[in-house]
Structure formats: structure tokens, C-alpha cells
Design a protein. Structure first.
Length: 277
């Protein structure tokens, strides 16, 4: 296995002095939600009273085997932190069809994970779409949230970045055929933008009214992000009503936010939040 960044290697070697890390020892499990969806997840549970756990929420059409999710799991293993990563329905190893899903259904998945698989308050780390879902969790379970790290957070992207940018022909294709195929720079498979994704997600828009959040928010945004523009991050930070909200703009960082430098920034912010009471 190739370890992709030197920052993790630091923690890996420090931990291996006393106990070697077995990256395969965290078993794949399945959680059945109250809506009867079978959600794949991996979990590290540490019994540390009053210490927040960490819940990672991935992006659209990604899964829990991505660089950031695995990196965070490895860091949590070596630093004795509780951690959960999972696949939304229709993603990765979870049941369901991707084109049947929407922000609403994936929020429901995340809410079930938060309610039933985590203990105490959580630091939500949301990447892209996961940043939007983190905000929905914060609105619905404020007492369960310690803080949020939004990585290229994309609230309301189905409406503001997708639907408004589609041509009239593309809109007609979605309405008539139920799905629009678009090229993806992250996969050989095209994005399948479904009618469900666009229309059902309108029940979950968060930038139409002020977001009153009573806990720390950290937003990380790259200037080379071709999927989520800087304007989205600026709009979000100005939209949040919070005494401790910060936006950090990283020159030349792309949407994946998975370079060595970007991973270090995620951990830097995570460590700072863990120090807060």
C-alpha cells in the first residue's frame, strides 16, 4: 500500500512505536435505517467522556473509500478518536440506485447514522455535497453537533450550480427522460443527474434564509476548484449567523482537496476544534 502523504506518515510512525496500525482491521458493517435502507459504514469507537467524535460526509457520487475519508480514519486510529464514515444509499457498498436519490434521501441516511451510530457531540467534516448535508444535520440536530468543517462545501448546488446552468434542452431532457448524463473529471462514468436529484432536493435548500448556528464553523475552499466556485463559499460564510465562523481560501487547491497540503489543513482545523470545549 502506498501512503499518499507525509503528514499521515508522521502519525503512522509515531503510533507504530507502540502498536502497528492495521488498516484492514476496521470491519465493514451495514446499518438499516427506519426507512429500510441498508447503509454501509465503518466505525472507530473510543470511550472518551465528553470528547467529540468525528463523522465524515462525502460528496456526490463518491464513496467512503476516498482519500480524505481514509486519511481521516487513519488519523483517528493513531490519535484515539471516534470516527464514522459511510456510503449514502445508491453510493459505494450501500443498497439502492443512485438515480433514485436526492439530497433529501441522503440527508435522511446521514441523520440515521448520526442518531444511531454516534455517541455524544460530533465534529462533522463534510466534503462538497457533504458540506450541504452537514448544514442540514446542524439545523435538525443542533444539540448533537460540536462543530463543522466544510471542505469545498456545496450547499444548494442542485439549484444554483446545476439547474440554473442547464440549457433549455438539458432541462427538457431531465423532465422527459428523468436523467441527464454529464462528463465527470473524476470518473470514466458520467454523472447521472436525475429528475429526483433536482426536484426533490428543493425541499432541502439552506441558502434561502439565515443559518443560525451556535457552534464553530470552518470552511476550506480552493481557488482552483472547478466544481464549486469561490462565490459559493463567500455566500455561505456571509449567510451563517455564528460567532465563530471562518473561511480559509487556499490558493491553487482543487475540488478534491486531497493534496498533502490540503490534508494538513484539514487536520490543523480538526485539532484546533478538538481543543475547544
Amino acid at each position: 500500500m502506498i501512503l499518499e502523504n507525509s503528514y499521515f506518515l508522521k502519525y503512522y510512525h509515531e503510533c507504530s512505536k507502540t502498536e502497528s496500525i492495521n488498516l484492514d482491521k476496521i470491519s465493514l458493517n451495514f446499518h438499516t435505517t427506519n426507512l429500510n435502507r441498508k447503509i454501509a459504514y465503518k466505525k472507530i469507537e473510543v470511550n472518551l467522556q465528553k470528547k467529540p467524535g468525528i463523522l465524515f460526509l462525502g460528496g456526490l457520487a463518491s464513496d467512503m473509500e476516498g482519500t480524505k475519508a481514509k486519511f481521516l480514519e487513519e488519523w483517528c486510529l493513531s490519535n484515539n478518536k471516534s470516527f464514522v464514515r459511510f456510503d449514502y444509499s445508491g453510493h459505494g457498498k450501500s443498497d439502492g440506485n443512485f438515480i433514485d436519490g436526492s439530497i433529501l434521501s441522503w440527508f435522511e441516511d446521514a441523520l440515521s447514522i448520526l442518531d444511531e451510530l454516534t455517541n455524544g457531540k460530533q465534529i462533522l467534516i463534510g466534503s462538497s455535497m457533504g458540506g450541504w448535508i452537514s448544514l442540514l444535520l446542524a439545523k435538525n440536530r443542533p444539540n448533537k453537533i460540536h462543530s463543522i468543517i466544510g471542505i469545498a462545501a456545496a450547499p444548494d448546488f442542485t439549484e444554483d450550480l446545476m439547474w440554473t446552468s442547464f440549457s433549455e434542452n438539458e432541462k427538457k431532457t431531465i423532465i422527459k427522460d428523468g436523467v441527464l448524463l454529464q462528463e465527470s473529471e473524476y470518473s470514466d462514468e458520467p454523472y447521472k443527474i436525475s429528475k429526483n436529484l433536482i426536484f426533490h432536493s428543493r425541499n432541502c435548500l439552506v441558502l434561502r434564509e439565515k443559518l443560525d448556528l451556535g457552534f464553530p464553523i470552518r470552511l476550506l475552499q480552493g481557488t482552483a476548484d472547478n466544481d464549486v466556485p469561490l462565490d459559493t463559499a463567500l455566500r455561505l460564510i456571509n449567510h451563517i449567523d455564528c460567532n465563530d465562523a471562518k473561511l480559509e481560501i487556499i490558493k491553487e487547491a482543487d475540488h478534491s482537496f486531497s493534496s498533502d497540503r490540503c490534508l494538513k489543513l484539514i487536520i490543523k482545523n480538526l485539532e484546533e476544534l478538538l481543543e475547544l470545549e
